[in-house]
Design a protein around this ligand. Structure first.
Ligand SMILES: [Zn+2]
Length: 63
């Protein structure tokens, strides 16, 4: 699962890509900071992650 460092406490936070793509926010489990990843700001890396996820799904034959 992809992860980003919390902007406040630097704890690596795993994020669920579908939620990010939906524009949902998530909360740091360590400091409770609410984080919103901007799809537009991170389009390149998110697109790459999506591609990798799709590839993995194909390889594992799951949906
Ligand atoms: Zn944090």
């Amino acid at each position: 699962m992809p992860s980003i460092p919390c902007p406040k406490c630097k704890t690596p936070l795993a994020f669920e890509l579908p939620k990010v793509l939906d524009g949902k926010t998530f909360t740091c489990s360590s400091c409770q900071t609410v984080i919103a990843i901007s799809y537009e700001d991170n389009k390149q890396s998110l697109d790459k992650a999506t591609e990798a996820l799709d590839k993995l799904k194909d390889e594992l034959d799951i949906d």
